[in-house]
Design a protein around this ligand. Structure first.
Ligand SMILES: [Zn+2]
Length: 219
C-alpha cells in the first residue's frame, strides 16, 4: 500500500496504525479521483481489497468524514463528498491565513537567531508544485499548525487532481507557478517577510482562480 508523502506519521517519524494506513489509502483514492464525487463506498469490497476487518475501515471512514472527504447517512452508508466553488473559496481563505501565519512564525524564529538560512536552503529545491507549500508549513516548526494545514491540504490536492483527471490535461502553468515560488523564497532569504506574505497571497489567488475556472464542470 503506497502512502501519501505528506502524511504526519512519515514526516514526524511516528508509527502508523492500521486505521491510519486504511485512511491513507482511501484519502489517496479520493484525491486521485479513483473514488469519484458522490460515489458510494462499498464496505465489503473495500475490506476484501485491503485485507482488513470492518472495524479499522469504519474508523478510517470517520476520520475522512472529519476531513470533509466523505459523508455518511446513518443506516445507509458512506459517500465521497462533492466539490463546489464554495468549498474552494473557503479552503483558500483559510489556506492563505495558515500559510501567511507560517511566514510570521518563520520571521519570529529568524529574528531570535535560529539558523534560518540553512533551513530555507533546504526547501529551495522544492520550488515546484505543492511540496513548496508543505515545506513552508514545516519550516514554521509548529506541529499543531501542520495538523490543521494538512487536513485542509487534502482537499486542495483533491481539487487539483479532480480537475486534472476530468479534463485530461493540466492547465496550470507549471513554469509560472514555480517562478512565483522562487520569488516568495527570494523574499524570505532576504528577510523581507512582508513582501513574502504579499507574494504568497497573490500566488494563492492565481492558483484559486485557475482551479475555479475548471470546477465549473460540476456546477
Ligand atoms: Zn504554489
Amino acid at each position: 500500500m503506497e502512502e501519501i508523502k505528506t502524511n504526519k506519521a512519515v514526516l514526524f517519524d511516528k508509527p502508523k496504525s492500521m486505521v491510519e494506513t486504511v485512511a491513507d489509502y482511501l484519502r489517496k483514492s479520493i484525491i486521485h479521483g479513483d473514488l469519484k464525487p458522490n460515489e458510494k463506498i462499498n464496505l465489503s469490497e473495500m475490506t476484501e481489497k485491503l485485507g482488513v476487518s470492518n472495524i479499522p475501515l469504519r474508523e478510517a471512514l470517520r476520520d475522512l468524514e472529519h476531513e470533509g472527504l466523505i459523508f455518511s447517512v446513518p443506516g445507509k452508508g458512506n459517500w465521497v463528498t462533492n466539490v463546489s466553488h464554495k468549498d474552494v473559496e473557503e479552503s483558500f481563505v483559510v489556506r492563505e491565513m495558515l500559510e501567511t501565519f507560517a511566514i510570521e512564525l518563520i520571521s519570529r524564529k529568524a529574528k531570535t537567531g535560529a539558523d534560518f538560512k540553512e533551513r530555507l536552503e533546504a526547501i529551495a529545491g522544492k520550488t515546484e508544485g505543492p511540496k513548496f507549500h508543505d515545506a513552508l508549513i514545516l519550516l514554521a516548526e509548529n506541529e499543531k499548525l501542520f495538523d490543521i494545514y494538512n487536513t485542509l491540504s487534502m482537499n486542495i490536492h483533491r481539487y487539483q487532481n479532480l480537475s486534472f483527471n476530468i479534463l485530461k490535461k493540466n492547465t496550470f502553468d507549471i513554469l509560472e507557478h514555480r517562478n512565483e515560488h522562487s520569488l516568495i523564497l527570494e523574499a524570505l532569504m532576504k528577510g523581507n517577510f512582508e513582501v513574502a506574505k504579499l507574494k504568497l497571497s497573490k500566488h494563492l489567488e492565481t492558483v484559486k482562480n485557475e482551479l475555479l475556472k475548471y470546477l465549473g464542470v460540476w456546477d
